[in-house]
Design a protein around this ligand. Structure first.
Ligand code: SF4
Length: 224
């Protein structure tokens, strides 16, 4: 597993859990607002898996689980084996994914290897290109949405409410996950001063929550 970063203790990355967070290196999307741009190429490696496993083993009585985030974790060929090692320590696993690898996500769920999935919904599925630069994964994204909505695993969908997403986009992406139990709208923040956009105003965010709530049971915000 190529690991681009590791956070020892987090109280915010796994709902209601204390977790460590592994950031894998490499992503198959290129979201224009990505906060982990340095992780998009898979050349970034800054942490050693064995050291991380030793650390979480030593902290297993304090931690509830481990979050595997990215980058895109499902690109890691040894993801399943790493998760098995974490589970053998006795910790839960939360997987963050962009939904681009349905078969891998299904295999992990079928084998009871993940306890919680956070899946990004970048845009209405047929308009992913305007956020991620590609529509290549739309079929997988739809399959992952169905898998989570119709399965038994705990999950949340989350959308970074980018300034180039309109309220119509919010309605259409909420329709794409109709019947889902949870959608979090996350504030889109910028590190790059060359980017001229500003986050949506609170009144617009509130309207987006109202619109999405027509299709999703629990719609919340994060980072506002
Ligand atoms: S899917 Fe996530 S890691 Fe990949 S480019 Fe988009 S925001 Fe960055």
């Amino acid at each position: 597993m190529k690991i681009g970063g590791f956070v020892k203790n987090s109280f915010v990355d796994y709902p209601a859990h204390i977790s460590s967070v592994i950031f894998t290196s490499g992503c198959n999307m290129n979201c224009w607002y990505c906060h982990n741009k340095q992780l998009i190429p898979d050349s970034q490696e800054s942490a050693n898996l064995d050291n991380i496993l030793d650390f979480i083993t030593s902290r297993k009585n304090f931690l509830d689980g481990v979050v595997i985030s990215g980058g895109e974790p499902t690109l890691q060929l040894d993801l399943k084996e790493v998760i098995k090692k974490i589970k053998s320590i006795g910790l839960k696993v939360k997987l963050d994914t962009n939904g681009s690898n349905f078969e891998i996500l299904k295999d992990l769920i079928d084998n009871n290897l993940v306890d919680f999935v956070a899946m990004d919904i970048k845009a209405p599925v047929d308009q992913y290109e305007k956020i991620t630069g590609t529509n290549a994964f739309n079929k997988s994204i739809r399959q992952c949405i169905d898998l989570l909505i119709n399965g038994n695993i705990d999950y949340e969908f989350r959308t970074t409410y980018a300034p180039n997403l309109t309220l119509d986009d919010i309605e259409n992406l909420a329709k794409d996950i109709k019947g889902a139990k949870k959608l979090m709208l996350q504030c889109c923040r910028f590190d790059n001063e060359k980017v001229a956009y500003m986050p949506h105003k609170p009144s617009v965010v509130q309207k987006a929550v109202e619109i999405a709530s027509k299709y999703v049971k629990n719609v919340g915000t994060r980072g506002y």
